[in-house]
Design a binder for this molecule. Sequence first.
Ligand code: TXA
Ligand code: MG
Length: 316
Amino acid sequence: MSEPNTITLDANPAGIERAADILGDGGLVAFATETVYGLGADAHNDMAVARIFTAKGRPQFNPLIIHVSDVEMAERYVEFTPEARALASVFWPGPMTLVLPLRAGCGLSPLVTAGLTTVGIRIPAHNEARALLSRFGRAVAAPSANPSGRISPTTAAHVFDGLAGKVEAILDCGACDVGLESTIIGFDPAPSLLRAGGVPREAIEAALGTQLAIRASHDVINAPGQLLSHYAPDAPIRLNAETAHDGEVMIGFGDVEGDYMLSTSGDLVEAAANLFQMLHKMDTIGASRIAIAPIPMDGIGAAINDRLTRAAAPRD
Ligand code: TXA
Ligand code: MG
């Protein structure tokens, strides 16, 4: 895709409608929430979600949180535990993200969850953000709207400085009230604080009537049984293969032909969009050995290679 010409939209009904249309066409729209500006994409659209990673220059596919307009919309995507329901009723809309089991068949791109069976979800306490989400009618995946490694943006000008030419539009809603990211709470097995943020821990403990365990989000994501096993297909993987050996299912890219192709045209964004689907497909078809073509390291190729290296790592 060619470099978009970034437009700034006023946060009035016409601007919000335009922003929703751009999301519907697979475009990227940065929008304010009460915490920080988010870099939004249609959470059902693999290509759009893949472009979030290229726009941010993220070297890895971290799972993204999804934003919804109300609890009814949230129910379409996740299964609430009783504690999660209690927290949602007290703190939503607001700067709190709940990590909950994904509802089967909900249609989210596997790139949003990075292949996990849980997803982080929240309802922002921001009128224009919620107007955009309800106009759009389905979940918007959005990490903070900064290039990877830079600080999170709290004004439209910050977003423009970091992402001009990488996103289709910025919905200018002025400065963010909270100015720091949402608190992230997980529930597996007990309520735990995965990231400190806009809602203080004490307030959450008071609402639950119990103490929160404290774990880093990356511990959860890297915990055995979480990331690796969900990313890796059953069959062993050989990387940087130019041709298939006997008995291997070949996944091609660009000029390297395969039984399946990550991208025939050698487009890394398309390859990223297809990656998790492809790895799952290897299980569905019952592949016994998998060979994968070399993927260049430029841009989002670094994240693809990171993921493939993990999937190909020796397992117990
Ligand atoms: O305030 C916020 O939360 C902002 C605004 C835009 O909503 N968003 C934000 O997103 O900070 P991001 O992608 O920069 O941070 C989301 C964090 C990441 O550290 C990610 O690892 C964690 O949430 N996360 C997402 N899904 C997860 C999951 N299933 N399990 C554990 N952690 C998860
Ligand atoms: Mg961030």
